[in-house]
Design a protein around this ligand. Structure first.
Ligand code: GLN
Length: 293
């Protein structure tokens, strides 16, 4: 019977994924092989000539078939790296995106300019990746993280425990700020961060199958213009911010102008800035709360 070495498998799976138009075929093949063989990525290369056993081959075969139908690799392996940290992932939450690291980076930079313990609110926390990445990189903070989905919060809870942050991140279930009032009373935040759903209905229909057919629509789509959730956050955020506190929102590719206008006309923010990501697409909106008159 033909024997399969790691090298041969890697090449075969890469080719299979290329034929099926799976995203990043080589990288996807590597992640899947690591998962099926229970090894680290570097070991794929240090054990190139190792022969893979029948049982593992069968398991891999099943995973490769599913990935060939565009099921995301992160859902198949149950994990995803974000901000150099590993997160547990299920189909109940959005898969962390590299572009969201910009939100975390700017949040940490802002926190480092402040004195004393910082109170942060993370809306639409999903798997908790933004809250966890901030808390792991900025010690003197407490975070309230909310999500409307209790199945997503169950994953966030695991990620918070996994990264040892149970005493600094509190999870609350509910619609945007709704549970914050119940949970925290009148306390106000130094920073509100959010990666909301912001895909417009027409754009949602055009998403690639690995996103559209597998990731939760409620984490992606936000009405006809994609701004439904962003508008609600802007309308409510300033009551929850300390004077000079900051709101940071991830936004869609082409939403910069519109979100800037919304923030400026809200009347309660100053210093509105839109920032582009590493692909030169609109990605972040930042606004400072005006001191109360
Ligand atoms: N950037 C993501 C995508 O296009 C959308 C993430 C979001 O809506 N927050 O898949």
């Amino acid at each position: 019977m033909e024997s399969w070495t790691i090298q041969k498998l890697l090449n075969w799976v890469t080719e299979y994924f290329t034929g099926k138009s799976v995203d990043s075929p080589r990288l996807s093949a590597e992640w899947l092989l690591c998962y099926a063989l229970g090894i680290k990525r570097i070991e794929l290369y240090t054990q190139f000539n190792k022969i893979v056993g029948q049982e593992q081959l069968l398991q891999l075969h099943e995973l490769v078939k599913r990935a060939g139908t565009h099921e995301p690799i992160a859902y198949l392996t149950g994990k995803k790296e974000f901000y150099s940290l590993e997160f547990e992932i299920t189909k109940d939450c959005l898969i962390p995106r590299p572009e969201t690291e910009l939100l975390v980076e700017r949040a940490i930079e802002f926190l480092r300019t402040r004195n004393g313990e910082q109170f942060i609110c993370d809306l639409c926390t999903g798997c908790g990746c933004v809250a966890v990445a901030i808390a792991r990189n900025f010690a003197n903070c407490r975070i309230v993280a909310t999500d409307i989905s209790d199945t997503a919060l169950a994953i966030a809870e695991k990620n918070i425990a996994r990264h040892g942050l149970m005493n600094r991140i509190k999870l609350l279930q509910g619609d945007l700020f709704e549970p914050v009032i119940a949970g925290l009373g009148p306390a106000k935040f130094d920073l509100i961060v959010c990666n909301p759903p912001y895909v417009s209905e027409p754009d949602y229909e055009k998403l690639t199958p690995n996103v559209k057919d597998f990731e939760p629509k409620s984490a992606l789509a936000a009405g006809q213009d994609g701004l439904d959730i962003i508008k609600r956050i802007i309308a409510d955020a300033s009551r929850h911010l300390k004077p000079t506190g900051i709101l940071m929102l991830e936004i869609g590719n082409e939403q910069g102008n519109e979100v800037q206008k919304l923030l400026e006309t809200a009347g309660c923010f100053s210093d509105v800035k839109i920032e582009k990501d590493y692909s030169n697409l609109d990605r972040l909106a930042v606004a400072v709360a005006k001191p109360a008159k």
